[in-house]
Every structure is written in C-alpha cells, then in structure tokens.
Design a protein around this ligand. Structure first.
Ligand SMILES: [Zn+2]
Ligand SMILES: [Zn+2]
Length: 448
C-alpha cells in the first residue's frame, strides 16, 4: 500500500505516486451490524487501512499551503466512502459532506501540513523528504506535529461513520485544513465560504496528538486551551558615532537594554498573577563592531496571552514602555513599534467540552480522561470558534505507555511536538483517536 517515491521535489514522481494511491482498492470496511462503530472491535477492523494511510502520509509530508498530494489523498478517500467532496477550499482545503437525514451538523477538522524539520527518529519509515520552502531554500520536511495521526484517524472515523448510518442522523462534515503551522489555513477556508457554501456546523470538533500523555488516554482543557500570539518588532533609534566618544552620540544599545528589562515588568507588575501571559524578546540586533555606536537597534518579541483584554493591555504597554524608554534616553525620534502575525486563543466551549468529556469517560473509562492545563502555543482552530460556532479540541496521548512511565520515574523529558525525535506510538494512538472521535460524533449526531 505504500508508495516508495520520496522525492518530494520531483513533481512527476510525486503525481505518479498520488495516482498509484488513488488506484488502490477500496478498503474493506467491517462494522458488525448492531455493534457500535466506536467499539474496539469496529475500530480494530479498520486499523490496518488506517495504519497504512498513516505510514504513507508520514513518508510524504508537505509544507504549509503546499499540501497538494496530501489533499488529493484525503479527497479520494472520502469520495470512496460516499462523501460529497470539494477540493481547493481556501487554496488547498478539502471539505467532505455526508448527509444522513434531518439532524444536527457536526464538523471534524484535521490539518494537512508538516514542518521543516529533519526527522531523526531512526524509524524504518522516517521521512526522507526535502523540498524548497517559499524563500527557495532547501529544507527537510517531517510530520513532527503528528498531523499524519490526525488525518489517518479522521479517515478511519469517516469510514466507521459512513458504514453505520443507521446509528446516527444529521450531517457530517469532514474538513482537511491546510497551513495550520503558519496559521493561515483556517481563515483561508472560512473566507472561501466554509460556513456558507457548505452546511454550517452546530459544533466543530478536532483532536491534537499529545506528547505529554501516554497512548490510550485523552486530555481536555475547558475554556482557553491555546494562546493569543502576537509578534512585535521594535526599532529603537539613536545617534551613532565613535565608541570612545559616547558624549557625541545617543546610544541605542543602552536604550534597548533598558527597554528589554522594563518590558519584563508588564507581566510581573501590571497583570493579575492569576492571568498568565508571556513577553519574550527573542532577538536583538544592533551594531557591527566593538568601537562603533550604531544608529539603531532592532528587537523582535513574541507576546502570548489568553483573554482579549489582557492581549490589548500587553500590546499597549509594550508600545508605551518602548516610547518612554526612548524618550528617557534622549533618542532623536520615537521608536517604530510594529505588530504582526497575530493568532487568536482557542476557547473550548465549556458546555460542549463537558458533554464531550462525559462521552469520553463513558467510552474510555474515567482514569483515561484527564484535564490538562492550557498551552501557550498558537492554534488556528480558534478561527472556527470566532466565526460563532461552539468548538472543542481535545488531546490524544501519543507516547508509548512504557516509555511514558519510565520517563516519569527518571524525570527524563520526552521529545515534544515539533521535535525531530517525536515518534508517536502509532497503533494505540490511532486506536484511541478513532474510538474517541467516533464516540463523540455518534453522541452529537445521536438519534433523539
Ligand atoms: Zn505544530
Ligand atoms: Zn499541530
């Protein structure tokens, strides 16, 4: 079932591979009549096809907004299951609709993209792919965030639901979203009519694999689960000159140093300590040589928060402090403060989260469902919630349980998502992802 071509950069071979995959026989689908499609037996019946899809996707990762082969693979899989499929939504997004009578509309989202990371797991099926990024630089590519787990479980869940239409009603919408890692894909799909050209969902669900939970378990975070992320560039102006004659200059390096320290007081002194936020100055550049005072210094910041009012406060304070420090230093002109790359926090609808958690506890067992603290990372799943639909993303443990226990005992830190060493425990992770997704969808699309 695996395509052996791995040269991503070679278009012809890539498309021959894609074509070969499209010509594969239909997966044999077995969900025993009367048995729940979320049962372990039903899930295990589709597991071989789902694992094969995982290995194929893992060996053919594609960068954000370049997921042509991946999108074609998913679109073809959904078509074979009887979904009404549209491609090219928001550039490369896939939308599959399966109508099954009157009832609610529920959307399940997966991401399509991978990262410019060189896989170092040493696995037999490790990615060997390299490609050219948008700047024309050759980079390695790896599914280091586990989006291949999400896509293959998503296809397995689509298979299980499509073969058990007597057990649910309503409309199931499956979407494959491009460019999550660069946080442009969700908004591109919405701008292209995701909620107007297709049935608007009553709920949107997504999973993410989790490098801090053992396989077989599921995590959830009610309310805010991912952060608002803003990038800020500050250019501080001085008056350059000889390093031995500071009296003839205004030194922007000294102003920058004071600015960096003053910025630390925003989180520590201005915010409620129970309201988490981060201001990190990740880059500082100025000057060329020991004995020259430069004309300017450039700072690059990442700023993270959950609440919109906190975000507003942070950005306003950064600007205020940058201006005040420049003025205090006698700068010839105010600093240039620029904001970019904004992404909004994910807010898991508390009522929907409660309902989903109850389903997961019933399906997997109380001890397999754990509450997790919010993360400070970005996730453009927030866009669907911002568009006015209750959303919930929950987390599926991806770490081999024995390795997890050993690491816990020794205090060793296991590879995180985005690490070149991240290697999900494939079979139990996919199994739990499908059991969880199928159980949740069956509940939300349940017969009255
Ligand atoms: Zn990621
Ligand atoms: Zn991810």
């Amino acid at each position: 079932m695996l395509c052996l071509c791995t040269n991503y950069g070679d278009n012809v071979r890539t498309w021959i591979c894609a074509l070969a995959l499209l010509l594969l026989p239909l997966p044999t689908l077995a969900t025993d009549a009367g048995k729940s499609p979320s049962s372990t037996a039903a899930v295990d019946a589709v597991l071989p096809q789902v694992e094969a899809l995982y290995l194929d996707l893992h060996q053919h990762p594609e960068l954000s907004f370049h997921e042509q082969r991946t999108a074609a693979t998913l679109a073809d899989g959904l078509r074979k299951l009887g979904f009404d499929v549209t491609t090219g939504v928001g550039k490369l997004g896939v939308v599959g609709v399966l109508k099954n009578g009157a009832g609610p509309t529920v959307m399940l989202r997966t991401e399509l993209d991978a990262l410019p990371v060189k896989e170092q797991t040493g696995l037999a099926y490790a990615s060997q792919v390299t490609t050219h990024n948008d700047a024309g630089v050759e980079v390695p590519v790896m599914h280091a965030c586990g989006h291949d787990v999400h896509m293959s479980a998503w296809m397995g869940t689509a298979t299980l639901l499509s073969k058990s239409r007597d057990q649910w009603r309503g409309t199931l919408v499956l979407i494959g979203q491009p460019a999550e890692e660069t946080v442009g894909g969700a908004s591109a799909m919405l701008k292209d009519g995701l909620f107007t050209r297709f049935p608007k969902p009553d709920y949107v669900i997504a999973i993410h694999d989790e490098s801090e939970l053992p396989a077989g378990t599921v995590g959830y975070t009610p309310g805010y689960s991912h952060a608002n992320v803003d990038s800020v560039d500050i250019t501080i102006y001085g008056k350059g000159g000889h390093g031995a004659m500071p009296q003839t200059t205004v030194d922007p390096i000294v102003i920058a140093a004071r600015t960096v320290l003053s910025l630390q007081t925003i989180v520590s002194r201005e915010l409620d300590p129970r309201d988490p936020a981060v201001i990190t100055v990740g880059s500082i550049h100025g000057g060329t040589k020991h004995n020259i005072i430069p004309d300017s210094v450039h700072l690059q910041l990442t700023v993270r928060s959950y609440k919109p009012e906190t975000r507003k406060h942070l950005l306003a304070s950064i600007e205020r402090i940058a201006k005040a420090e420049s003025e205090a230093g006698g700068a010839p002109k105010p600093p240039l403060v620029e904001f970019s790359d904004a992404s909004d926090s994910v807010y898991n609808d508390p009522k929907l989260t409660e309902r989903v958690v109850a389903v997961l506890r019933r399906r997997l067992g109380n001890d397999k469902v754990v509450e997790m603290p919010p993360k400070m990372v970005a996730e453009d799943f927030s866009e669907y919630g911002k568009a006015g639909v209750p959303v919930v993303m929950f987390f599926v443990g991806a770490v081999n349980p024995a390795k997890y226990q050993a690491a816990k005992a020794s205090g060793e830190r296991l590879p995180s998502l985005h690490s070149s060493l991240f290697a999900p425990d494939v079979k139990p992770t996919l199994e739990t992802a499908m059991e969880a997704e199928t159980a949740v969808l069956l509940d939300l699309l349940g017969k009255p």
